[in-house]
Design a protein. Structure first.
Length: 314
């Protein structure tokens, strides 16, 4: 199963209002400017700050997918980020969305703003409010009265549960009208400005590792092993099977003949057993690769490493 994320550039022209978040950020604390002023102010330190997404392979559990919403800021001294607000629209194809996790505890767990005094994570009350129906409007914000943050770090976790089918997940920024919240940063000296939406990696792929039956009927393997892919050569998809005698941190990667990594299929801890993964001939960005010779390498912690060759023919 591939779960593909395609962040889109730019700000969407419309979003419904979220009264609760407005009251929290605008009324109670008065730190955020109106959207027009935030747009006019710009970044106080030259290089425009940005927000972007990245995959979190370690966050996978079953059909739960986790994306990291990160910020990059060059602000220093009194311009560190004291407030961050970011509304996004999440669209899941094939009616595959089961649930969007909007709890503040998991949304901000392990993030740079985890200890901020005020945090908000929730859906929009006027549109896209049902976390089980796509598209969903997810509004995320955090504010502190103490020292702000800067640099490059995680702002929030976007955690989805989807059905185990081919799915395209699109996460896009949302702008707004009137007094509703738009993508905003606020510095320690109460200067507000709008960050850029910068999808550095425009596609994420999550590979489903499945259990496979051993022909001899063994419950668990006794040794690590990497099998030859089948079919080989192949022209669409190929199956890679491997055996783990005990739980291991597993990385399965594919390289071209120049030794350049094409895609990481698995990078997570797996339980002992016989496993199988399907590769569909796409690279890390979801592009179909050209015909040729490729190598796949399995690493299981520091206990096992093996590489084999395969041929893609179109």
């Amino acid at each position: 199963m591939y779960q593909t994320l395609k962040p889109r550039r730019g700000l969407m022209p419309k979003v419904a209002k979220s009264l609760f978040l407005v009251m929290l950020f605008a009324c109670l604390f008065g730190l955020f400017q109106t959207p027009a002023k935030a747009q006019d102010r710009g970044d106080p330190e030259g290089v425009l700050d940005s927000m972007y997404l990245e995959c979190d392979a370690d966050g996978l559990s079953g059909d739960t997918l986790v994306f990291k919403l990160r910020y990059h800021s060059d602000n220093t001294t009194f311009n560190k980020l004291q407030g961050l607000a970011f509304p996004v629209q999440i669209t899941v194809s094939n009616n595959a969305l089961i649930l969007l996790d909007t709890s503040t505890a998991r949304t901000f767990a392990g993030t740079a703003v985890a200890l901020y005094e005020q945090k908000v994570a929730g859906t929009d009350s006027k549109g896209g409010a049902d976390p089980t129906v796509s598209p969903v409007h997810f509004i995320i914000g955090a504010i502190t009265f103490g020292t702000g943050v800067t640099g490059d770090s995680v702002f929030a976790n976007i955690r989805l549960r989807v059905q185990s089918i081919a799915t395209v997940i699109t996460i896009d920024t949302m702008s707004n009208f009137g007094l509703t919240v738009s993508p905003s940063f606020t510095t320690e000296d109460a200067l507000g400005f709008t960050p850029a939406w910068s999808p550095d990696a425009d596609t994420c792929q999550f590979t489903d590792v499945r259990e496979s039956k051993h022909p001899q009927g063994a419950v668990l393997p006794t040794d690590f092993a990497l099998s030859q892919n089948y079919p080989n050569p192949f022209n669409a998809t190929t199956l890679i099977q491997f055996a783990l005698p005990r739980s291991s941190q597993v990385k399965l990667e594919i390289f071209n003949v120049l030794g350049q990594k094409v895609v990481t299929l698995v990078d997570e801890e797996l339980q002992a057993g016989y496993k199988q993964v399907t590769w569909d001939g796409r690279d890390q960005k979801g592009n179909i690769v050209s015909s040729g010779i490729y190598f796949y390498r399995l690493r299981a912690g520091n206990q096992f490493t093996e590489m084999k060759k395969m041929v893609l023919i179109k």
